[in-house]
Write a protein of this length. Structure first.
Length: 440
């Protein structure tokens, strides 16, 4: 067990930009233990077991034969989504589309808020572009203020601007009217990209997407990810929506068979399983609120509002996320995303994928035992009467009489004090949770 755990944690220490793949972790860990994955942002409820059984039954044909052309698969996807195929380009994952957007459409500079998805900073830097990084303020819950971002773009002279909505890793959502206002103010740029890869998980408003606007604007692309929404990262499929001219430029550059037979099979299954997919999103939204509640009860742990299928958390002061990540994996079989290698973040932050409650209980138990030596009877309850998190005393908020000693390796040096109120338009989408987070 110890040797397998050492092999796994060595993979993280060798990774400089992204976490190691699940396959690499499985090979390194062997059969030592099952991993509960809070790192890769999948949809745990879709595809359904019946869909996986159907895919398994087709496995031989899927692996044996060529897929149809990307045009055929794109036309089917558009019939499901109600889009014009001339406005859509499908890629082998959203990362392929980001690569082609950079090569074809980004000139000398790109502006993007940070922290965010790493390919939006790494890809243009790899091709020699200037990347203008706009820091999202922790004091506002990492909310993006559109006016400040526009001022930043103007001051830097950026020719392309990108926002992720919801943003990764914090899950912050800019309402639709805010995105449209930003697009209006940046209509003179070469390109504005709205990455909506996680938007399907949001429930703050009925429809936050600006896909319908993108097809009418000369410089706007909306990026969507099917792998993240459907819980199928391994299939590698995503799409972009833009006016026919922009979409056509990207589509013309893509290889004819850039989509695999798994992607084709899933796309052609979607019409029959739309109800199950919609239900899966509701379950993730429910689990997100429950997970926010469970984690917010831990002393000194700050949980930021999220509309994605993940939560961004700040560890108690003095705790090291890399040390915690390794311990959770080696001792509890829980895999988390430590954000020390994300630009604009640090090892004090984790991104935790939303999972069902049984898995969350395992995570919380590991956090309790790793951050605080839990026992009953004696010792001091960390935070009672002094530590404020989200405007509540954690000694009261924990609610079950649990007391904590400090563990030196992960010791919270001092109480972080009360968190500032979060500024609108950032919100979790649930009024009760927003009041809790803002300390109202």
């Amino acid at each position: 067990m110890a040797e397998a755990g050492s092999n796994v944690t060595a993979l993280f220490r060798a990774s400089t930009a992204h976490s190691p793949s699940y396959a690499a972790l499985s090979r390194a860990g062997g059969d030592a233990q099952a991993i509960t994955d809070f790192c890769i942002p999948c949809n745990p409820y879709f595809p359904t077991p019946e869909m996986f059984e159907e895919l398994g039954g087709r496995l031989r044909d899927i692996l044996t034969y060529y897929p149809s052309s990307a045009d055929t698969i794109t036309t089917e996807l558009c019939s499901v989504l109600g889009l014009n195929p001339q406005t859509v380009a499908m890629g082998n994952g959203s990362t392929e589309l980001i690569t082609w957007i950079d090569h074809l459409l980004v000139r000398e500079s790109l502006a993007v808020p940070v922290p965010t998805f790493g390919r939006w900073t790494d890809q243009p830097m790899e091709t020699g572009k200037r990347v203008d990084m706009f820091p999202l303020p922790e004091s506002a819950g990492f909310a993006l203020d559109p006016a400040s971002f526009v001022d930043f773009v103007r001051s830097r002279g950026s020719r392309t601007a990108v926002i992720c909505n919801p943003n990764n890793p914090d899950g912050g959502l800019l309402p639709r009217h805010g995105v449209l206002a930003l697009l209006d103010q940046l209509q003179d740029l070469d390109l504005v990209v709205v990455d909506e890869s996680f938007l399907e998980f949001a429930d703050a408003e009925a429809d936050s997407s600006v896909v319908g606007e993108a097809v009418l604007r000369p410089n706007t692309i909306v990026l969507r990810s099917l792998g993240k929404n459907f819980g199928l990262h391994g299939v590698r499929f995503g799409y972009l929506v833009a006016n026919p001219g922009l979409a056509g430029r990207v589509r013309a550059a893509l290889p004819k068979w850039n989509l695999n037979s798994f992607a084709e099979t899933v796309v052609f299954m979607l019409k029959e399983h739309r109800l199950e997919y919609a239900h899966s999103l509701r379950l993730v939204q429910r689990d997100r609120q429950e997970m926010i509640w469970q984690l917010s009860r831990l002393p000194g742990l700050t949980v930021y509002p999220s509309q994605g299928n993940f939560l961004y958390v700040r560890l108690p002061e003095g705790a090291d996320g890399a040390v915690l990540r390794d311990r959770l994996l080696e001792e509890y079989g829980v895999l988390v995303r430590e954000c020390g290698n994300k630009i604009g973040s640090s090892s004090r932050y984790l991104r935790l994928v939303v999972r069902p409650q049984a898995d969350v209980q395992r995570l919380v138990a590991g956090l309790e035992e790793s951050l605080y030596a839990t026992h009953h009877g004696q010792g001091r309850s960390y935070g009672q009467g002094q530590n404020q998190n989200h405007g509540q005393s954690q000694g009261q908020g924990h609610g079950h009489g649990q007391e904590y000693d400090r563990i030196p390796a992960l010791e919270p040096a001092r109480s972080p004090g009360p968190m500032p109120a979060y500024a609108l338009p950032y919100g979790s989408g649930t009024a009760a949770v927003d009041r809790l987070v803002r300390g109202a």
